[in-house]
Design a protein around this ligand. Structure first.
Ligand SMILES: NC(=O)c1ccc[n+]([C@@H]2O[C@H](COP(=O)([O-])OP(=O)(O)OC[C@H]3O[C@@H](n4cnc5c(N)ncnc54)[C@H](OP(=O)(O)O)[C@@H]3O)[C@@H](O)[C@H]2O)c1
Length: 246
């Protein structure tokens, strides 16, 4: 039995990519896992079945994180399935690249709604409902530091998520709840790979001194550290998991 055997983690955007790797890793660490998704029901169900087959506990919970009522229902579902919530991993996110001059309102509004408002919605619920001793991990991006052209709106949403991370860590004083962010660099998921040529992917992969793309499991390992026993003294920090790109 691991330390986490009675603990419960919600992973938003857990159906695919980095979130799926985090859900699987936390289940392996002993957490009962709530796999949130927006549209990818089949992927989320398949992951829950895989976790159960490996001896873990998982349920799926459909909720668009940009909808506060849906987020409340997701926490309700977690509490009724597992009795409470100890960990929130705020992973759901979208990236829509465009130079400021070319960006339309939809590109701006969708990233604000999902990356920023979605994070706020889940953080507000977690601040009210997480059991004492819990952990919160927000997914930022190394683009909040790299600030490449065309990443402006996306990077702005992640900078805002980092600000919320620092403030909430202070607001939760007295409850023994840590709030941190993990900021991946280029990681081999649909979000990163879609729309890029092989040549561009190779070039971006070589930017880090470790000269490869991150894998979802690399990022999940950082989240596992922050949600596990060895991460307990880390609070209000941003951990860039990026092979040294910045
Ligand atoms: N990949 C990278 O290079 C990279 C680098 C830095 C930071 N990040 C961050 O890491 C996180 C995960 O990214 P990823 O690369 O794994 O992306 P991904 O492969 O595109 O997966 C995104 C996940 O978010 C979910 N999602 C999207 N919109 C949602 C919504 N409104 N409500 C609930 N869930 C929603 C998706 O679920 P459905 O399929 O059900 O819609 C999916 O599970 C994001 O916050 C991203 O900004 C990624």
């Amino acid at each position: 039995m691991s330390n986490a055997s009675k603990k419960v983690a919600i992973v938003t955007g857990g159906s695919r990519g980095i979130g799926a790797a985090i859900a699987e890793r936390l289940a392996g660490d002993g957490f009962a896992v709530v796999i949130n998704y927006a549209g990818s029901a089949a992927e989320a169900e398949a992951l829950a079945a895989k976790i159960a087959q490996a001896g873990g506990r998982a349920i799926t919970a459909q909720a668009d994180v940009s909808d506060p009522a849906a987020v409340t229902r997701m926490f309700d579902a977690a509490e009724s399935a597992f009795g409470g919530v100890d960990v929130l991993v705020n992973n759901a996110g979208v990236m829509r690249l465009a130079a400021v001059a070319e960006a339309d309102d939809a590109i701006f509004d969708s990233q604000i709604a999902i990356n920023l408002k979605g994070s706020f919605n889940t953080l507000r619920e977690a601040a009210r409902r997480l059991r004492n001793g819990g952990r919160i991990v927000n997914l930022s991006s190394s683009q909040a530091g790299s600030l490449f052209p065309t990443y402006g709106i996306y990077a702005a949403t992640k900078a805002a998520v980092e600000a919320l991370t620092h403030v909430l860590a202070k607001e939760l004083r007295g409850r023994n709840i840590t709030v941190n962010a993990v900021a991946p660099g280029p990681t081999a998921t649909k979000l990163f790979l879609d729309g890029k040529s092989g040549e561009l992917i190779d070039r971006l992969a070589k930017l880090a001194p470790l000269e490869r793309l991150g894998q979802p499991t690399d990022v999940a390992a950082a989240v596992s550290f922050l949600t596990g026993p060895d991460g307990g003294w880390i609070n209000g920090q941003v951990l860039r998991a990026n092979g040294g790109i910045i």
